[in-house]
Design a protein around this ligand. Structure first.
Ligand code: DGL
Length: 269
């Protein structure tokens, strides 16, 4: 089991922020990443469609004999995680619970802000996960739909990013939150600008928290890659449902390293 890969999927390129953290703290793990780039974004679609797409991604990764599945997409984690877990027998890790737990541990004034896609905020998944841990914490959700195209375009700093971030987060500043959850795969790339605008606020990056949960589960199940003990580097394999070229261009920025082993596949019927 320890040599089997970890499977990660996302609606597109954004989940590479999660892959980056997982391979940083578990460098010897073999990881298979699937980005459903032909159908991104998921964040504007109905729950039914998001669940159908996520089943297709899950089935593909199960056929690659993965030992653990990471649902890197906040939108899928918010909407379809329970149904995915019911379908499979391996551990399935979403990004909502780890992010919610880190936010609860961080807040002092018990006021937490959540930013994400329309679908994630509408689902109230973060709110429910936080309230399940502490029902007295106040939670403020805010969709920031322009953040995703901004990041995909590579505009993660400079005046345009700053103005867009300021415009969205103005209301959040007045709410007096002391903790803000970056509840979307793309938002960690805007961390610098967001932190500048919300300068006294603690930013919670779900990707980092999720990677820690994955490490704990593999340790608990003694399923960590054997090579890890020898300090070797695991293999990273990428699958996409649209052009590999576009994914490599944007993806290398997300990952901060080269993407070599990549293949285009078809999902769905
Ligand atoms: N991966 C999505 C998320 O984390 C953002 C992009 C999309 O809308 O598909 O919610």
């Amino acid at each position: 089991m320890s040599y089997q890969p970890i499977g990660i999927f996302d609606s597109g390129v954004g989940g590479l922020t999660v892959l980056k953290e997982v391979s940083r703290i578990l460098p010897s793990e073999n990881i298979i990443y699937l980005g459903d780039t032909a159908r991104v974004p998921y964040g504007i679609r109905s729950a039914e469609t998001v669940t159908r797409y996520s089943f297709e991604c899950t089935e593909f990764l199960l056929r690659q004999d993965i030992k653990l599945l990471i649902v890197a997409c906040n939108t899928v984690s918010a909407i379809s995680l329970k149904e995915i877990r019911e379908k499979v027998s391996i551990p399935v890790i979403g990004v909502i619970e780890p992010g919610a737990r880190a936010a609860v541990n961080s807040t002092k004034n018990r006021r937490i802000g959540i930013i994400g896609t329309e679908a994630t905020i509408k689902s109230s998944a973060y709110l429910k996960a936080i309230k399940a841990l502490d029902k007295d914490i106040e939670v403020f959700g805010l969709p920031c739909p322009l953040f995703v195209p901004l990041v995909e375009e590579g505009w993660t700093d400079g005046i345009i990013a700053r103005l867009v971030v300021e415009k969205y987060l103005k209301d959040m500043m007045y709410r007096g939150v002391d903790t803000l959850v970056l509840g979307c795969t793309h938002y960690p790339l805007l961390k610098g600008v967001i932190q500048d605008v919300m300068n006294k606020v603690c930013l919670v990056d779900s990707a980092i928290e999720t990677a820690k949960v994955v490490r704990d589960i593999l340790e608990e199940q003694r399923a960590k890659s054997k090579e890890q003990r020898a300090g070797d580097q695991g293999r990273l394999k990428f699958y996409v449902t649209d052009s590999t070229e576009k994914f490599v261009n944007v993806g290398e920025r997300f990952l901060g390293k080269r993407i070599d082993d990549i293949e285009k596949i078809n999902l769905g019927r």
